[in-house]
Design a protein around this ligand. Sequence first.
Ligand code: 5GP
Length: 238
Amino acid sequence: MERKNLLYEGTNKRVYETDDPALVIVEYKDDAIAHNGAKKGTITGKGVINNRITNVLMQMLEEQDIPTHFVAQHSEREAVVRRARMIPLKVTVRNVVAGSLSTRVGLPEGTRLKSTILEYRYKNDALGDPLINRYHAFALEICTREELDVMDRYAFRANAILRTFLAQIGIELVDFKMEFGRLPEGSIVLADEISPDTSRLWDMRTGEKLDKDRFRRDLGGAEDAYQEVFRRIVSNIK
Ligand code: 5GP
C-alpha cells in the first residue's frame, strides 16, 4: 500500500489517496487545538498514541458488529481506512455531566446521569459546531431518518462496549464524540477517531483527567495522561 496525493489536512490528521480508490491512509499529527482554534499547541507523541488507541478500539467494535472504516495499522502514525463520504455530524454520547453539558444545564462536572444522553452537533467550524436535534438533521438534509437511526444504534452500542472495557482498566468513560461516513454503496460506518482527543476519560480511583481536557484547561501532563491510557489499553488487550 503506497501513500499518494494529500486529499485533506485538518488539525489532527492528514488523509492521503492510495493506489486503491476504495482505501485512504490517515496520518495522525501531534498538533492540538482547543476552543474552536483559539488555543493552539502540540501534545508530543499524541499522533502515535491516538493512531494505536483508535485502531485497537475500532477493531474491538468491529468484532462486536459495529461496522467501522478501519482496515489496518500502516505505521506508527498511520492507518489504512476505507474511503467514506463523511456525514457532517458530531455524535456525542454522555454518561456523566462534563464540559459543555455542565455549562448548558448548570450542573457540576461529575454529576451522575439517570440515563445515557446522545447529542448531535452540526459540524461546521465557522458556526462553532452548533448543537442540533434530529429534526434539524433531517430538515437540513444532513442525513436521512434511517441513517440517523443506524448512527444512534451504533453510538449506544459502542458506548456500552467501550464503557465496559475501559472500566476493566480503571477508566471511566465520561463522554465521547463519534463521526460517521457512508461507504460507496451507502452503508454507514464509524469513522474518524476514538482517542483521548475525542473522549473524556477519568481515572476511576483518583478522578484524574486522562484526556484532552488537560490541554484545553492548561492542567499540564497531557503527554503522560495519553501514555497512561495507551499503556492500560495495550496491557489489557495482549
Ligand atoms: P463537549 O460538548 O462537552 O465540549 O464535548 C463532549 C465530548 O465530545 C468530549 O469528550 C470531547 O472531547 C468530544 N468532542 C466534541 N467536539 C469535539 C471536537 O471538535 N474535537 C474534539 N477533539 N473532541 C470533541
